[in-house]
Design a protein around this ligand. Structure first.
Ligand code: ADP
Length: 347
């Protein structure tokens, strides 16, 4: 279904495409007409020198009645007319072909812009949809409290507590959205950073959560340096490990490993948790996507933004993220990052 903003974007792109077409066509026609004028001038001068004059012919063949000058002028005129007609036809053809080519080029030039406008529209629609849920819950809670004539202090505290929970969710959601908007901007500062330091920094705030589920965190990451921003890279590892703990089984082990291939380092986080359904796998890096199992949807908090943030950060570093998982057999999330030039060692 075409939305109002979709139609607005289409109209904007079409009007920009027409303006760009006119601009391209003006450049093409200016060149074509310029060359035609130059060719016309040079050719008419050359034609004028092609035919011998009466005096030259008289010198060669002796006196004759034949008027070579008149013939020369007729031939000159004829050649000039032919040349002018040919150039006019050529310019008319350039105008037609140029208009079609310019329109094609304009559409091609504007395609990335159109895609980014569509993506922005989808992002805003998704975000508003997600914001609506906690806002509605808060509104209902507050309205119930206000309408209750016998509202006691303990009851009011319960209502305030549940409103505070929703406020916390809202602030987590808005932080996630802000982060996505920033990382999609790709202006992350990059310098050589140690993968070991990144993983250590990411694991320490998660140790308590792991301990609460008797989960062992095993860090086997090698001595590697990658090119990136330490805080953002720590966040990717944090998202992978946090998910492993959140969705994982009690008493399992989460293992962090690294390897290199070509100019890239690969850091993986493997868990022995429930795994992800094959039908969910292609979508888990999409914004707001949460695999629809009772474990993930009902009991665990989240907005389906973590993995899309990890992906945005990896891409802003010139890398990527990947997952291998099978239901009941755990998951392995991997991030691929460019090695720091000249500083990498073997894992
Ligand atoms: P969130 O955790 O907030 O739901 P994410 O983007 O981090 O959002 O994850 C998207 C979905 O991928 C999760 O809802 C969950 O269903 C699935 N998922 C991510 N990591 C794991 C994991 N280690 N084990 C099982 N499922 C996972």
């Amino acid at each position: 279904m075409a939305t109002a903003s979709g139609v607005f974007h289409k109209v904007m792109i079409q009007s920009a495409a027409l303006k760009l077409t006119m601009f391209y066509l003006m450049v093409i026609m200016a060149l074509s007409i310029g060359f035609s004028v130059a060719i016309y001038r040079i050719s008419s001068r050359d034609v004028a020198h092609t035919f011998p004059t009466d005096r030259t012919m008289a010198n060669i063949f002796g006196p004759t009645d034949f008027n070579f000058d008149e013939l020369r002028q007729q031939q000159d005129q004829q050649s000039e007319n032919d040349l002018r007609n040919n150039l006019l036809i050529l310019n008319a053809a350039t105008l037609l072909v140029g208009a079609a080519v310019s329109y094609g080029l304009a559409l091609q030039t504007l395609q990335p812009l159109e895609e980014s406008m569509k993506a922005q529209g989808r992002f805003i629609a998704d975000a508003s949809h997600e914001l609506r849920t906690p806002l509605t819950a808060m509104r209902t809670t507050i309205e119930v409290g206000l309408r209750d004539p016998k509202l006691t202090l303990p009851k009011a505290k319960i209502l305030l507590g549940s409103t505070l929970d929703e406020v916390k969710k809202l602030s987590a959601l808005s932080n996630g959205l802000l982060q996505l908007a920033r990382d999609n901007g790709k202006d992350i500062p990059k310098e050589p950073v140690s993968l070991k330091a990144i993983t250590k920094g990411a694991l320490s705030p998660l140790e308590l959560a792991a301990h609460n589920k008797s989960i062992t965190l095993k860090n086997e990451v090698g001595d590697l340096s990658v090119l990136g921003d330490a805080t953002s890279l720590q966040q990717i590892v944090g998202i992978f490990v946090d998910n492993a703990i959140k969705y994982g089984n009690e008493k399992m082990t989460v293992t962090l490993k690294s390897r290199t291939s070509g100019k890239y380092a690969f850091l993986s986080v493997s868990d022995e948790g429930p795994g992800i359904k094959a039908s969910d796998l292609p979508y888990i890096f999409d914004r707001f996507y949460r695999a629809d199992t009772s474990r993930t949807r009902g009991e665990t908090e989240g907005y389906g933004l973590g993995l899309s943030i990890a992906q945005a950060i990896a891409q802003a570093h010139g890398g990527s993220v990947d997952v291998k998982s099978a239901l009941g057999r755990g998951s392995t999330f991997t991030v691929k990052l460019p090695l720091a030039p000249g500083l990498s060692a073997s894992p």
